[in-house]
Ligand binder design. Structure first.
Ligand code: XMP
Length: 314
């Protein structure tokens, strides 16, 4: 890892060639590692841009801002673009269209912000190896257009795009994070897709539906953490599956949304198995979600491996 870090810094420095560098910070370990590597390589030539798409998990935006601004003293610009993304996605339900729109809008926001900063030659992105495989680049067949590779529009206005960790699998990225001194909670943070909760919110993307999903997801994650399983399970999250069903609340009929819980075990994220969670944990999460999250009356468990399912529902 030390050799990798040393060589990466050298290559980032060479690619940047003294030009200012902009780094896309998403909140995940991938872009965090890229940011810290780039900061080591080019110092205050680096500006990080965190676009709050409105598809982040509960409190995530504030945590990211605090870590990079306060702990690392990295120049971080936070853009609140929730309204803009929701407007572009109004009425869009097709998963691939959602991904393409988000990817494109993401780059547009970047370009606009970069212009505000003056001449910025290079953009750093946290693409990792599985993103490249599954976007059909590198001679592989396309599964989904990942937002930081296949979904990127070609008329991008940066002179060069630097992808320091594009040959790494997730576990290597985490090792790199630890070696770079990122807090453990951050280094072992579960992966989160670029388009965020948008690909876990099936059907129309509206603020109330996203807020509902955010709350349900936070409860499920809290229960996993309480059970001490957060380090063992690679990825666990809630999905708003876009199905409404009949229930009974306070002796009255209700017709509300259903939430699916998903926990997966994987080595490389190319294949995955469902995790056998303790039944009490599932029941507690289901009870809490249906009582604490307004508008949810049913919780189901997704036990499908990948393939034939993918990890994300969209
Ligand atoms: P799938 O759903 O393709 O997910 O089985 C495999 C892993 O990739 C994550 N994922 C993404 N990561 N941008 C990313 O950086 C994306 O657009 C994206 N889509 C899925 C997913 O969470 C899982 O860890």
């Amino acid at each position: 890892m030390e050799t990798f870090i040393k060589e990466s810094c050298e290559s980032i420095r060479n690619e940047a060639a003294g030009r200012p560098v902009l780094c896309a910070l998403s909140g995940g370990v991938d872009s965090a590692v890229c940011a810290v590597l780039t900061h080591q390589a080019v110092g205050d030539k680096l500006t990080c841009l965190f676009v709050d798409t409105g598809f982040m998990r509960k409190n995530e935006g504030d945590q990211i801002t605090a870590l990079f601004r306060d702990t690392y003293d990295i120049d971080l610009i936070r853009v609140d673009a929730e309204d803009r993304f929701l407007a572009k996605l109004k009425g869009v339900t097709d998963p691939e269209r959602k991904r393409k729109i988000i990817g494109e809008e993401f780059i547009r926001v970047f370009e606009e912000e970069a212009k505000k900063l003056g001449t910025i030659g290079c953009l750093v992105q946290g693409t990792i190896y599985p993103d490249i495989i599954e976007s059909g680049e590198d001679g592989h067949k396309q599964v989904k257009s990942h937002h930081n590779v296949g979904g990127m529009p070609l008329d991008i206005e940066f002179e060069s795009v630097i992808e320091p960790i594009k040959m790494l699998y997730k576990e290597d990225v985490r090792r790199c994070a630890v070696a770079l001194g990122l807090p453990e909670a951050f280094a072992y943070r579960q992966p989160f897709p670029g388009p965020g909760l948008a690909v876990r919110c099936l059907g129309a993307l509206t603020k109330p539906r996203l807020d509902l999903l955010r709350e349900a997801d936070a409860i499920f994650r809290e229960e996993i953490e309480k059970a001490g399983l957060h380090k063992e399970i690679q990825q666990y999250f809630a999905v708003l599956i876009g199905v409404q069903s009949v229930g009974v609340r306070n002796d009255e009929r209700c017709y509300e949304e259903a939430i699916a819980l998903r926990a997966i075990a994987t080595r490389d994220f190319v294949t995955a198995d469902s995790v056998r969670l303790p039944y009490e944990l599932i029941e507690t999460a289901a009870r809490r979600i249906t009582s604490e999250v307004k508008g949810v009356n049913r919780v189901v468990l997704d036990v499908t491996p990948k393939p034939p399912a993918t990890v994300e529902w969209e």
